[in-house]
Design a protein around this ligand. Sequence first.
Ligand SMILES: C[S@@+](CC[C@H](N)C(=O)[O-])C[C@H]1O[C@@H](n2cnc3c(N)ncnc32)[C@H](O)[C@@H]1O
Length: 285
Amino acid sequence: MREKSFMDAILHGVAPTNEQIAAYLNAFHHRVPGVTSEVMLGLRTTDGRTSYDVVADRIAAAQPAEALDIGCGNGELLAAIRTRSPQIALAGVDLSAEELTLAAARFTETKIDLRVASASALPYRDGAFAAVAAHLVFMLIPQVDAALREAHRVLAPGGTFAFLLPRRPKQSTNLTELLAALSRKIAVRYPEFSPFAIGDRALFERFGIADLLGRAGFPALPTFDDFEVRAAVDGEWLWKAISGRYILGSLDDELTAELRAIVAAAAANGRFDYRESLRLVSMVR
Ligand SMILES: C[S@@+](CC[C@H](N)C(=O)[O-])C[C@H]1O[C@@H](n2cnc3c(N)ncnc32)[C@H](O)[C@@H]1O
C-alpha cells in the first residue's frame, strides 16, 4: 500500500521524500475521499459560518468572473462560491481523481472545469482567473514556493487570492491536548516518532507566509484573519475527525485501537469541545 513507505519514515523519525509525501496524500484521499469536508462542515465560527463560507465570502466580495480552487477536494468550497455567485466560471484542480469524481457529481447541472493537476504546475494560461482560492491545501505541499508562484501566475492583475491555513492556537485546547496524548501513545511503540508537518513550517507564522508570498511575486502584504471553528461533538464524531487526519488515520489496526480508546475516553461524558484554529490569508495581486 502506497501509504506505507511514508508512514514507515514518519514512525522511525526519518523525513519522507517529496515523492513519498505525494504518494501518501494520493493514497489517503483515494481511501477516504471527502473526509476533510465531512469534518469541517461540522464546525462553525461564532457567527455560524463554516470555514468554507469564510473563504467563499471573501472571494464573492470581489465579484470575480472566474475562480480557481487549488486542491479543491470534493468541491465543497467551489459549491459555496457557486451559491454566492451563480454566474461565475469555476475551475478546480486536485491530485486525487477520487476527490474530483465527488466534486463532479455536485455539478451535473452546471458547467465546471475540473482537472487532475498539481498545484505546482497549473494547466492554465497566465492571468486566467480573477480569483484564486484554496482551503486547507498549501500546508501540505513540500515545495510550496512553486505552488504560490503558480497561483500568482494564473491570477489576473487586480485579482483576489484567498486561502485558508491551519494555525497553532495561542493556548492549548482540548484538541491539542488530545493530539499530544495520541502522539505520546504512538511514541511508546515508535520512540523516534514525533508529530510531523507535511509541508513548509513557514506557513504556520504570519511573517513566514508574507515572506513566501513576496517571493512568489505578490508585492502587497496579505491580510490575516484568524478565527476558530468549533462544535461540541460526541465520541463517534470525534473519532471520525481524528481518523480523518493524516498520519493518525494511517496506523496499523492494533495502534489504531489503542488511539481509539484514548479518543473514546476523551469524549466519555458524551461531549467534547472540538476547536480548530484557522487563518484566512487574502490579498489583491
Ligand atoms: C485537506 S484536503 C482539502 C480538500 C478541500 N480543499 C477541502 O478543504 O475540503 C487537501 C486536498 O489537497 C489535495 N492536494 C494535496 N497536495 C496537492 C498538490 N500538490 N496539488 C494539488 N492538490 C493537492 C489533496 O488531494 C486533497 O484533496
